[in-house]
Design a protein around this ligand. Structure first.
Ligand code: S3P
Length: 449
């Protein structure tokens, strides 16, 4: 379902200190995959800690449209009774994935090797994003897609009736593309192989194994070869979704830039394919401690404690981009408070996210008094050593992470920062506002002009 209706402006005024312990919602990537793999399994998969953001709810509805039973037992507690690999039925209506690129791309993969036709759409942000990066590789299995120009949604996907195994070398570092190919490979006899030149998040591989599929991962220079044996009988699982490091980033970054703050965020996933922001923040001089490091449900987890810090700019290397791809917006907000410049290299993928995130952050930061330089695939933020003017209204552009990043910035700026629409935050972090308020952030509807 799309975020539609009137815009919901929200302002962050100078706040703090931010103090306390906050429970972050479940990981979005893991939540999508739990619903999709549960739907491809015969029997009942039980999920706890599922993210109940709109993106994930839309994936749940899509799984129902494809024939699975998806039931909510209580907050974060869901059951999926699946149809088995190859058991999807043709959906009767258009599948609306709302704002979610992960949802639509993974579901296209999951249906691409079944003899059915499915039609996909989404909100204005999703309808503007490239789908050829998934439909072109899926055509190697024999799936056909007809969309609008540049392969954009709405799009009809005709699944392959007699798919054969595929070896695919990815040209874009994208866990969504990798996952779409692996999910498609599930309903194909023989071995499907995906080669990634850069390591991207590996939740699909981990979870496929958890469901009993045979997945071989071979480390290669910089990346991985992933070999999936097709047509497994997936076994239902109990999945405890870890807390989302990409969401934890917002209160943690707010604490680092707001004087006097100390914030604790327990049980956060520190999967190495997701933890690049935390490495970068520490390089910038962040007082960021990992306590109680342990493993839960196959994922490394820790309790994170962040305290206000004097930060300095750094150069973030391109090979780290995949492990923090969703965190550059909030990093660029933090970088505005550092001393010296922060250079982010190899970040062209940011231009095809929920918004063009380089442009959205650069324009918003400039409006807040921060100098930014950009090229096609780099962004440089000139830090103001704690003195960020703020005082602007910035556009969220239907992008949850842009909205949250500027609200974080507003907590520590000299003057309040308003985002024109905080509605999209519900796609990934429904409790963001009360959670930040509980820490001491001043988030309020702006007074009418
Ligand atoms: C995701 C992969 C990333 C990320 C997105 C979630 C996933 O996208 O930005 O928020 O769950 O696979 P790309 O595959 O486009 O890098």
């Amino acid at each position: 379902m799309s975020h539609s209706g009137p815009k919901a402006p929200l302002a962050a005024a100078p706040s703090g200190p931010l103090r306390g312990t906050v429970e972050i919602p479940g990981d979005k990537s893991v939540s999508h995959r739990a619903l999709i793999l549960g739907a491809m399994t015969v029997g009942e998969t039980k999920i706890t800690g599922l993210l109940e953001g709109q993106d994930v709810l839309d994936t749940g509805k899509a799984m129902q449209a494809l024939g699975a039973e998806v039931v909510r037992d209580g907050p974060g507690a869901w059951r999926v009774s699946g149809v088995g690999v190859g058991g999807f039925k043709e959906p009767e209506d258009v599948i609306d994935c709302g704002n979610s690129g992960t949802g639509v791309r993974l579901i296209m993969g999951a249906v691409a090797t079944s003899p059915l036709t499915a039609i996909f759409t989404g909100d204005a942000s999703l309808r503007s994003r490239p789908m050829g990066r998934v439909t072109i590789p899926l055509s190697n299995f024999g799936a056909r897609a007809v969309g609008r120009s540049h392969g954009r949604l709405p799009l009809a996907l005709v699944g392959a009736a007699a798919p054969g195994p595929v070896t695919y070398a990815m040209d874009t570092p994208s866990a969504q593309v990798k996952s779409a190919m692996l999910l498609a490979g599930l309903n194909v006899p023989g071995i499907t192989e995906v080669i990634e030149g850069e390591r991207t998040r590996d939740h699909t591989e981990r979870m496929l194994r958890g469901f009993g599929a045979e997945v071989e991962v071979i480390e290669i220079e910089g990346g991985r070869r992933i070999r999936l044996t097709g047509q497994p009988e997936l076994k239902p699982c109990e999945i405890a979704v870890p807390r989302d490091p990409s969401s934890a980033a917002f209160p943690i970054c707010a604490a680092l830039i707001t004087p006097g703050s100390e914030v604790r965020v327990p049980n956060v996933s520190l999967n190495p394919t997701r933890a690049g922001l935390y490495t970068t923040l520490r390089e910038m001089g962040a007082d960021l401690v990992f306590e109680n490091e342990r493993e839960e449900g196959g994922e490394p987890v820790a309790d994170l404690v962040a305290r206000h810090s004097e930060l300095h700019g750094v150069e973030v290397p391109p090979e780290r981009a995949a492990s923090m791809i969703d965190e550059y917006p909030v990093l660029s907000a933090v970088a505005a408070f550092a001393t010296g410049k922060t250079v982010m290299l190899g970040v062209k993928e940011l231009r095809v996210k929920e918004s063009d995130r380089i442009d959205a952050m650069a324009r918003g930061l400039e409006a807040c008094g921060v100098t930014v330089e950009e090229t096609a695939d780099t962004m440089t933020v000139h830090g103001l050593a704690g003195d960020v003017p703020g005082g602007a209204t910035v556009e969220a552009r239907l992008d949850h992470r842009i909205a949250m990043s500027f609200l974080v910035l507003g907590c520590a700026a000299k003057t309040a920062v308003t985002v024109d629409d905080a509605g999209p935050i519900a796609t990934s972090f429904p409790g963001f506002r009360p959670l930040m308020a509980a820490l001491g952030a001043s988030l309020d509807e702006p007074e009418a002009a």
